[in-house]
Design a protein around this ligand. Structure first.
Ligand code: NAD
Length: 242
């Protein structure tokens, strides 16, 4: 097992279902947490309070798609903790719009948060990751990085792009001992799935804590057996369909 105590993780979307579960699980295993971005201060504070039961937590609210905020927030986290070992690119926005009804503004918004933000956040964090002895980036993609669901054309494009950049950046950085992984879940029981898949019943859905355990697995089992991506489907979905 890799020692996680006092390692520092930046997590985006920490006010949301998966981000909150990931933050709490990593903190329970000794990691210090920076929650980057988000404007729902109530939800961010709830996650921060839960994290602080175990570990130190820095909250930097704001709009991640503002590139000046994004690079400033990375510097702030690095200054506060003295280092950054892990980046969890988790923040995202969903969609439930027919292709013909997608506006330019909606396209730009989804691509910005789901694709541009993880790309540049990884770039801004890289100088600090280079100094870590166990650097890792974990991108929360989706089953739609592999498939194309109706009413989700931009979301699907954004997650294909996220998985594509994960592959390319992983190949650029692995010789520097920086690991770049993707997790591609199906329906997870959070606020997002209620928007994107209102037809799904909560029964049989993946829980945010399940995804948090997979993030922990990537970080804690840093062995010679490197896993690039983990795909996870909900119980009700046919096996091997993504
Ligand atoms: P969620 O809606 O609960 O959380 C999303 C988070 O992203 C929120 O905290 C929100 O504040 C944050 N966010 C969105 N836009 C932002 C912006 N411009 N600036 C700052 N923060 C912003 O949803 P979730 O299910 O926890 O989603 C987390 C990740 O998991 C997303 O990338 C999503 O695409 C992915 N995912 C979710 C599911 C699912 O079924 N829920 C399935 C596969 C992948």
């Amino acid at each position: 097992m890799t020692e996680l105590k006092n390692k520092v993780a930046i997590i985006t979307g920490g006010g949301g279902g998966i981000g909150s579960a990931v933050a709490q699980t990593l903190a329970a295993n000794g990691m210090k947490i920076a929650l980057l971005g988000g404007n729902n201060l109530e939800k961010l504070s709830a996650t921060a309070d839960a994290v602080r039961k175990y570990s130190d937590c820095l909250v930097i609210p704001g709009d991640l798609t503002d590139m000046e905020f994004l690079s400033g927030a990375v510097s702030q986290a690095a200054e506060y903790f003295g280092k950054i070992d892990t980046l969890i690119n988790n923040a995202g926005v969903a969609q439930n719009t027919p292709f013909e009804a997608v506006s330019v503004a909606e396209f730009d918004r989804i691509m910005a948060i789901n694709t541009k933000v993880p790309y540049f956040l990884t770039q801004f964090t890289l100088p600090f990751l280079r100094k870590s002895d166990a650097a890792a980036v974990i991108n929360i993609a989706s089953v739609v990085a592999h498939a194309g669901y109706p009413q989700q054309s931009v979301y699907t494009a954004s997650k294909h792009a996220l998985l594509g950049m994960t592959k390319s950046i992983a190949n650029e950085l692995h010789k520097e001992n920086i690991r770049v992984h993707a997790i591609s879940p199906g329906g997870v029981y959070t606020d997002m799935v209620k928007i994107s898949r209102p037809d799904l019943s909560p029964d049989g859905m993946i829980m945010p804590e399940d995804i948090a355990e997979i993030v922990l697995f990537f970080l804690a089992r840093r062995t010679n057996a490197v896993i690039d991506e983990i795909c996870v489907h909900r119980l009700g979905k046919e096996p091997f369909q993504i």
